[in-house]
Ligand binder design. Structure first.
Ligand code: ATP
Length: 388
């Protein structure tokens, strides 16, 4: 049973430039067999957390438990954990077989026959059987990455840790390897933490995504949860590409229960259901709407539309990304490729209330998500659900 628990885990670095709280009171329960992806901007504490789990970094405060047992004081080699890094760190003078076998020869008393069996089984899984007798220098980046992953698989660990393992590969190979790693995970079912700064990688691979910023946990949820119900403006901005649009608005109640969100050159009528969820909210709000949820529609109802001027149309093939000017602010819309307005043209934009997110302007906390029409007064507890 390889359930991994992080209980108020904190890491403070003290160096000549001062004290840095790299990770602050991180609570996380990762289920046996779960594939969890850590995302966040550079410096948010992803690698430090991974290194604390592996034992390469000491823990300042808090506890890490594997299968219910505290592992804070265990050395890396005593933890049943295998790590794959961004740099594959293969031994250049050893063959692929030698590289894959080496860890087992050092740290176990398995006989040669069993080591060979495991190496060949992992090579088969990674599709590198034909490379076993080659040296790393003659392999492509993608093949080296497979060897590094195969070397971790032969150990049959309780937990896999991946630190940006695909960053050195070109875009096409990255996508391919993502699918490969997801397939291997479903075959071996080992509890996995995977670190990336690429939100698309996180969305496509994870059972659950852990979003960090500035050493603090922002949200834990399935890809759908973090996309449709972001806890706060940071998560809403980080997940999705191009990123969500934000507009400063105030709620103007009309006395009948419904109301209008009013901002600079923005006026958008909302239902009593949405207004009812804002009873205790401050009047300074931020309206969030994703580029893919906005339509350019000349005949849209005036009470649910916004006018903006087209700056740039970016053709990406299947879709167009349209960048507009709305009261001096950039506004992004993603449309089907046949919708291609002229630059400098003024267009009418509209979106459905179910795609509206409202945030507290001061704290950034989510107040209501149109789709669920649920009030989000406090950040939800960490979800236990796996991806559906
Ligand atoms: P990246 O995506 O750039 O790798 P990250 O999210 O993995 O970033 P960490 O490497 O975990 O971030 O760093 C978190 C914070 O801790 C940063 O402010 C970093 O500068 C600091 N930090 C990391 N390692 C050390 C160290 N050995 N000494 C001092 N500060 C450190």
């Amino acid at each position: 049973m390889a359930q991994l628990e992080l209980d108020k885990v904190t890491k403070v670095f003290d160096d000549s430039s001062g004290t840095i709280v790299a990770v602050e009171e991180l609570d996380l329960d990762i289920d046996d067999g779960e594939f969890v992806v850590f995302v966040g901007p550079s410096g948010c504490g992803k690698s430090t957390t991974l290194r604390m789990v592996s034992g390469l970094e000491t823990i300042t405060d808090g506890e890490i438990r594997l299968g219910g047992e505290r592992i804070n004081e265990q050395s890396p080699k005593d933890r049943d954990i295998a790590m794959v890094f961004q740099s594959y760190a293969l031994y250049p003078h050893k063959t692929v077989r030698g590289n894959m076998a080496y860890g087992l020869q050092l740290s176990t008393d398995l006989d040669d026959q069993e080591i060979n069996r495991r190496v060949e089984e992992a090579a088969d899984m990674m599709g590198i059987e034909d490379l076993l007798d080659k040296k790393p220098a003659s392999l492509s980046g993608g093949q080296q990455q497979r060897v590094a992953t195969g070397r971790a698989i032969v150990r049959e660990p309780a937990v896999f840790l991946f630190d940006e393992p695909l960053s050195n590969l070109d875009a096409k190979l990255r996508k391919h390897m993502r699918t490969e790693l997801a397939r291997i995970h479903s075959e071996v079912g080992i509890t996995t933490i995977y670190v990336t700064h690429d939100q698309e990688e996180a969305m496509t691979m994870a059972d659950r995504i852990v979003i960090l910023n500035d050493g603090r946990l922002q949200q834990v949820g399935t890809p759908k949860e973090v996309y449709y119900e972001p806890n706060n403006r940071f998560v809403a901005d980080f997940i999705g590409s191009p990123s969500m649009n934000f507009l400063d608005v105030k709620l103007d109640r009309d006395g009948t229960g419904s109301g209008t969100l009013v901002g600079d050159e923005v006026s958008y009528k909302v239902s009593d259901g949405m207004v009812g969820n804002l009873d205790d909210a401050s009047s300074d709000l931020v309206l969030g709407v994703r580029p893919e949820n906005i339509r350019i529609e000349a005949g849209a109802p005036p009470e649910k539309s916004i006018e903006a001027t087209v700056d740039v149309v970016e053709v990406i093939g299947s879709d167009n990304f349209i960048y507009l000017d709305l009261a001096g602010q950039e506004f992004r819309v993603r449309t089907p490729s046949e919708i291609e307005p002229e630059e400098d043209e003024t267009v009418t934009l509209t979106f459905d209330e179910e795609n509206v997110h409202l945030f507290d302007a001061r704290t950034g906390d989510a107040l209501v998500h149109g789709r669920s029409q649920a009030s989000v007064s406090a950040p939800p507890e960490q979800s236990d659900t796996a991806a559906d």
